[in-house]
Ligand binder design. Structure first.
Ligand SMILES: Nc1nc2c(c(=O)[nH]1)N[C@@H](CN(C=O)c1ccc(C(=O)N[C@@H](CCC(=O)O)C(=O)O)cc1)CN2
Ligand SMILES: [Mg+2]
Length: 296
């Protein structure tokens, strides 16, 4: 068997197209422009690339984009003051603090200082609690992107066995909540899971989000299963480097029914869902109907 490739790049472009249509309608009918503020502390090269890309795509879908680039040694008080200003700014509907933060800053404290209604990353403790109790929330972008691709591929996910490998707050835990919300039977596996290969072999859906290059081989995959690879690992490739996921693509693609590639799978969906969340936040803030198909 050779798996169907789930093209995240193409799907993300489609999502951004839907967002752009809604944004144009909001402008025309409600004289409203959604605004997204991205805060970057320090000079992490990968973060700089992601932040630039977020700003560019925000403008492309017709939204207002604001960037705050702060020095690596910015104090917590100064960062919190920037966030407080954005919380109070009525033209800003989404606020995102790019992670990871430099080590001297308390990530939880910083994230929890964002107005939950503007927390387009869905990392604020209020949004985590709302998602966990099945209430309307802001949903973390990467898991939301994975869910959108799974729904698009399968239609209903009801009754499917899903294994999420990885228990991070950003991907693993919210992914499990979303799959549960779509009536999957969900297992969260991690580094201490016993008989991990056997656990993964039971899954109709495997979401790999461990951050370990090519950790999942094809012989862990049930024939026909859907494999969603969240990993973005840069590894040596001769004199250069290349990006690989958390699954061994070649062997998994021989067994799986469908698989996301790296690059071009989950990654592009993350930014598309960030734009979708900003649009959703703007609609909610103004008491307007939310766009369909862009939230969980
Ligand atoms: N506040 C946040 N910080 C971080 C998040 C996040 O969702 N919110 N996620 C990641 C980084 N990230 C967005 O911020 C992100 C990562 C990767 C991609 C992407 O499109 N990747 C491409 C490959 C890019 C490359 O060549 O390096 C792909 O997979 O095709 C988009 C966004 C951590 N921080
Ligand atoms: Mg820290």
């Amino acid at each position: 068997m050779s798996a169907q490739v789930i093209d995240g790049k193409a799907f993300a472009a489609k999502v951004r197209g839907h967002v752009a249509e809604h944004v144009a309608r909001l402008k025309e009918e409600n004289d409203l422009t959604p605004g997204l503020a991205v805060v970057l502390v320090g000079e992490d090269p990968a973060s700089q690339v992601y932040v630039r890309s977020k700003g560019k795509m925000t403008v492309e879908v017709g939204m207002k984009s604001v960037e705050h680039r702060l020095e690596a040694d910015t104090s917590e008080a100064d960062l919190l003051a920037v966030i407080a200003d954005l919380n109070a700014d009525p033209t800003i509907h989404g606020i995102l603090v790019q992670l990871p933060l430099p080590g001297h800053l308390n990530e939880d404290l910083v994230i929890n200082s964002i107005d939950p209604a503007k927390d387009v990353d869905g990392f604020h403790i209020s949004n985590v609690g709302l998602l966990g109790t099945g209430q309307k929330s802001m949903v973390p972008c990467t898991p939301l992107g994975c869910l959108m691709m799974l729904r698009d591929h399968h239609g209903s996910l009801s009754g499917m066995d899903a294994v999420v490998i990885g228990r991070s707050n950003i991907v693993g835990k919210p992914m499990a909540q979303l799959l549960l919300g779509d009536s999957c039977t969900v297992t969260i596996a991690h580094s201490r899971t016993k008989d991990l290969p056997d656990v993964v072999r039971r899954a109709d859906i495997v979401v790999a989000a461990v951050g370990r290059p090519e950790m999942v081989p094809g012989d862990w995959i049930k024939p026909g299963a859907t494999v969603i690879d969240v990993g973005i690992n840069r590894v040596p490739n001769g004199e250069k480097t290349k990006l690989v996921g958390d699954v061994d693509y070649a062997s998994c693609a021989e067994v799986a029914g469908a698989i996301t590639p790296v690059p071009g799978g989950v990654g592009p969906m993350t930014i598309a869902c960030l734009l979708a969340n900003t649009l959703t936040a703007c609609c909610r803030a103004n008491g307007l109907k939310e766009p369909e198909g862009l939230t969980a």
